[in-house]
Write a protein that binds this ligand. Structure first.
Ligand code: GAL
Length: 417
């Protein structure tokens, strides 16, 4: 309802503006960035477009991970009324391009030199038959553990580096009356934690086999059973209100010291930043145990739907150009918690967590530890991802054994292939 109202309001705002500035083009942008940090980040794009005289009609569909937004997008497209631009990522970019409904962005890409500044691993996701059909915004790292510093200090605990240390610390915190793990009980969040555990327990080669190649042997292996056991163990350190909780509310528990840690991608940092918290003083972030040499990446991007109106076309081109401009890459990513997706951006004014992420992105690209996130649509097909989500969530929310979960996983993925 709120989203509908917001779009109605924006429509009237846009209609009023168009009277005063008839040269301006309009972009209606569908996205799911509604948390504090996310909204602060996306507003920067709106401001920059408006500065160039274009109009932004906001169509925000709340829901972490974007599945509600994607459902809305599909129904609007089916109804013949797609927005001008939409936050879409991974293989879905190819699906939309195949329908022949997207604006080709090669002209902007050429003028702005995208091929020279965007890493090939990202550019490949953005292109359809060698043409640019999407603009990348950022690089998020998934495999982070966020820690409230005061909670650890008060309990006299060092930050845990191994899974054994981690569970020992969780036990101490539980006894001290703190909720050890801030948990968001939604399928995409459970899958986000799970893929981090798969990298942390199984290592990079195992992650690639299981979650990128969907290799049957890896999916039903003893190592996978161990991964599920770690998930099961985590559950006893979560609170009874976890089911259904949004990710940003879980982050807020860590921000306020109501919980000690959260496993989440670095959009969580956007929430700490929006709350005025500083890394090293109020909170810290470390790669989850066992994932120091892994970088599970997740790239956000926008596609543009083909429009006839030439002012709208100009606004789309401006939006695409601005997204990869150095100025926007800095201000957006500082607020969003991610790192710039293009080369040539200075480390200043990014915080220490972003700077370490930038270093790890480059290092893991060399070492082979840079791996696509399954949960965030960078790795397997939507059908396989859906099968994995179902098994992980069913396992986590029942008393299924870890061994059963691994064999169900292999069976479900086999069927989805
Ligand atoms: C991810 C997206 C991030 C963040 C998160 C929570 O899929 O890539 O930008 O918004 O969902 O909504």
């Amino acid at each position: 309802m709120r989203a509908i109202l917001m779009s109605v309001f924006s429509f009237f705002a846009a209609a009023t503006l168009s009277v005063t500035n008839s040269l301006a083009g309009e972009v209606e942008v569908l996205h799911w960035w509604t948390s504090g940090g996310e909204a602060a980040a996306v507003q920067e794009l709106q401001k920059m477009l408006q500065k160039e005289g274009h109009m932004w009609t906001d169509f925000a569909v709340a829901g972490g991970g974007g599945s509600a937004a994607m459902t809305t997008l599909k129904s609007r497209a089916v109804g013949g009324n797609p927005p001008t631009a939409a936050q879409v990522k991974g293989p879905q970019i190819q699906d939309w391009a195949e329908l022949g409904v997207l604006t080709n962005l090669d002209e902007v890409a050429k003028a702005e030199g995208w091929d020279d500044t965007v890493p090939k691993v990202v550019a490949d996701i953005m292109k359809y038959q060698d043409g640019w059909v999407a603009v990348p915004v950022n690089v998020h790292r998934i495999n982070w553990m966020w820690l409230n510093k005061a909670v650890f200090d008060k309990a006299g605990l060092a930050y845990p580096k191994t899974w054994d240390d981690f569970f020992a610390a969780m036990e101490t915190l539980k006894k001290a009356g703190v909720t050890p793990i801030a948990w968001g009980g939604q399928n995409w969040q459970e899958a986000t934690v799970w893929e981090t555990v798969v990298a942390g327990v199984g290592g990079n080669d195992f992650y690639k086999k299981a979650l990128v190649e969907a290799d049957m042997e890896a999916l039903k292996s003893d190592t996978m059973v161990q991964c599920f056991e770690v998930m099961r163990k985590m559950k006893q350190y979560t609170d009874p209100n976890a089911p259904g909780r949004d990710w940003n509310l879980a982050t807020s528990m860590v921000i306020k010291g109501e919980a000690a840690v959260q496993f989440m991608g670095d959009w969580a940092k956007g929430e700490f930043t929006a709350a005025g918290k500083k890394p090293g003083e109020d909170y810290d972030a470390m790669p989850a145990p066992g994932t120091e040499d892994s970088f599970l990446f997740n790239v956000d991007s926008f596609i543009m739907f083909d429009v006839k109106d030439k002012d709208a076309k100009a606004a789309q081109a401006a939006m695409a150009r601005l997204i990869l401009s150095p100025e926007f890459q800095v201000v957006f990513n500082v607020n969003k918690g991610s790192i710039p997706v293009r080369s040539g951006i200075e480390e200043q004014p990014f915080d220490s967590i972003a700077v370490s992420s930038m270093g790890d992105f480059a290092a893991t690209a060399e070492s082979g530890g840079l791996m696509p996130s399954m949960a965030h649509e960078m790795a397997v097909s939507p059908a396989i991802r859906g099968a994995m989500f179902d098994v992980v969530t069913n396992f986590y929310n029942s008393d299924m054994s870890a061994a059963d979960a691994a064999s169900k996983l292999a069976a479900a993925v086999g069927e989805a292939m």
